[in-house]
Design a protein around this ligand. Structure first.
Ligand SMILES: C[S@@+](CC[C@H](N)C(=O)[O-])C[C@H]1O[C@@H](n2cnc3c(N)ncnc32)[C@H](O)[C@@H]1O
Length: 212
């Protein structure tokens, strides 16, 4: 696994990968997102449980959920309207070209709860742990910013740990792993389902620690 991951990272180029969106209209970043000094993005936010709850608990931080599913988009848009939280935002789009519009060092937090692990080997390059977006995930966070990745798949957590510990863009990140993780209060829709089924879950936190 290690050699394969490294071989693929060495070959992929984010700028070339982005060419596939060259002729599409990109979804714009909500303007008032930058009115907040602290900013968090939930990648593949699903029904938005995490951002809805956290935007109430942390009113000084802007929470932006991003999901490409049309089915979930209308549901989450309704839920967000009902909260009336001014620090809560949603973008119905693919995170890859969308995140690339953000300036480097502009986010405090990125959360990825239970991404699809793309189990079949032929689809492995679609996993975030292999993805060209990793370089942007690393550069878009501010110093002391963090990425949180949660999964119910042991192999995927191992792959993520390998990626965080060895990908060249993450050399300035401090990595910690918790597993099996216990959650009194599930943070996302999938987490709630997994907890109710007593499934084993794990999470990886990566904090940017630049040398000063
Ligand atoms: C397994 S669900 C998890 C949903 C939510 N995070 C949770 O824990 O309840 C994965 C979500 O990621 C979204 N997703 C997958 N790839 C994406 C991408 N490239 N850009 C935006 N959303 C994506 C899917 O539409 C789906 O809603």
């Amino acid at each position: 696994m290690k050699t394969e991951l490294r071989r693929i990272w060495a070959r992929i180029d984010l700028q070339k990968y982005l060419l596939r969106w060259e002729n599409t209209n990109l979804v714009e970043i909500p303007h008032s997102f930058f009115d907040f000094e602290q900013r968090s993005i939930d990648v593949g936010c699903g029904l938005g449980a995490y951002i809805i709850r956290e935007s109430a608990i942390r009113p000084k931080m802007a929470f932006l959920g991003v999901d490409k599913s049309s089915h979930r988009a209308s549901m989450i848009e309704n839920r967000i309207d009902q909260t009336r939280h001014k620090n809560l935002f949603f973008a119905h789009t693919n995170i890859v070209p969308f995140l690339c519009q953000f300036p480097d060092q502009s986010l405090d937090e990125i959360t990825i709860f239970y991404p699809n692990p793309w189990w079949p080997r032929k689809h492995r390059k679609k996993r975030w742990s292999y993805h060209p977006l990793l370089t942007k995930l690393a550069s878009v966070l501010k110093p002391n910013g963090r990425i949180l990745v949660c999964s119910n798949e042991c192999f995927y957590l191992a792959e993520w740990l390998e990626a965080m510990n060895h990908h060249p863009s993450f050399s300035n990140y401090q990595i910690s792993y918790v597993g099996p993780a216990r959650f009194e209060q599930p943070r996302s829709h999938f987490e709630k389902q997994f907890v109710s089924r007593d499934m084993i879950l794990g999470e990886i936190e990566c904090v940017r620690r630049d040398l000063t």
